[in-house]
Design a protein around this ligand. Sequence first.
Ligand SMILES: [Zn+2]
Length: 333
Amino acid sequence: MTELTRRTVLAGAGAAAAATAFTPFATSTARAAAPSAGAQAPGFYRYTVGSYECTSINDGARSFPLPDTFVTNVPKAEALAAAQAAYMPNGMVTVPFNPQLINTGSKLVLIDSGNGIATFGPSKGAVGRTLQNLAAAGVDAKSIDIVLISHLHPDHTNGIRAADRSMAFPNAEIMVPAKDWEFWMSEENAAKAQSNEMMKNYFANVKNIYTGIESNVTRYDWGKEVAPGITSVAAPGHTPGHTAFVIASGSSSILIQSDVTNIPEFFLRNPDWHVAYDLDPEQAQATRHKFYDMASAEKALVVGFHFTFPSMGHVEKDGTKYRLVPIAWNPVI
Ligand SMILES: [Zn+2]
């Protein structure tokens, strides 16, 4: 009898082959080999908020060697240990990207647009999958009424342009936080950022994406109903205008956190860790605590752009830290 020990599990493939060899008539009953699919299935997931039908759209995920200063205020070894504890590829960090499509009944709203493919290149198909996953979900990009951007970082905003630089959502109104627009479009701020490689690239990217369409961009403020049932919530720190959203319909509501944290395995678990991309790390940390204290007290469903697909769960307070309890896949809506 085969015992389930560490040795037999790790030797699984060999053990299976050996077992086959001892099975009489194994070869005579063999079926034709099935071809490998060689590609991932489409990434979209439906859920409802009151009468609104929502769809989490996966733009992909990127794994890259953990940069020395990915977490700026703890030693790299500690950050690596967190990546390892989350079973990320060895020495790497994996960051997923998930825009949300909200069908309010009167408007089709896409919250954030993903990485796009114009500025990053195809990246082996790992990111920039929003358009193809929208199509897989049966949604025509031309039918989207509003693209609501949480902040002007490339992974959230570059998807407004298709590979040929045309508008990916040609009939949509593009809405951006007024405070982010003011910050990133300022020539003075851009000039000040030239000595910082990351910031320099961010400024250049905003220019690259938005030049020529400035007059078609609507700036929104915080605390406003920016689309039916969708309210903008101040969540500054990550960027000056970084915005979360409440989606409310009937007696139901959810929180779209945008980038209150980057990946939860690091920054929701350790809310006092600072990700390299937070422009004002102290303010981002304060926003994080405020947001998750509220979410955990209200037992609210939280959608995170950088949570693992389908990118939603509940947040529990765990001493001075937090824990994300991801939702289970719901086969019906
Ligand atoms: Zn982001």
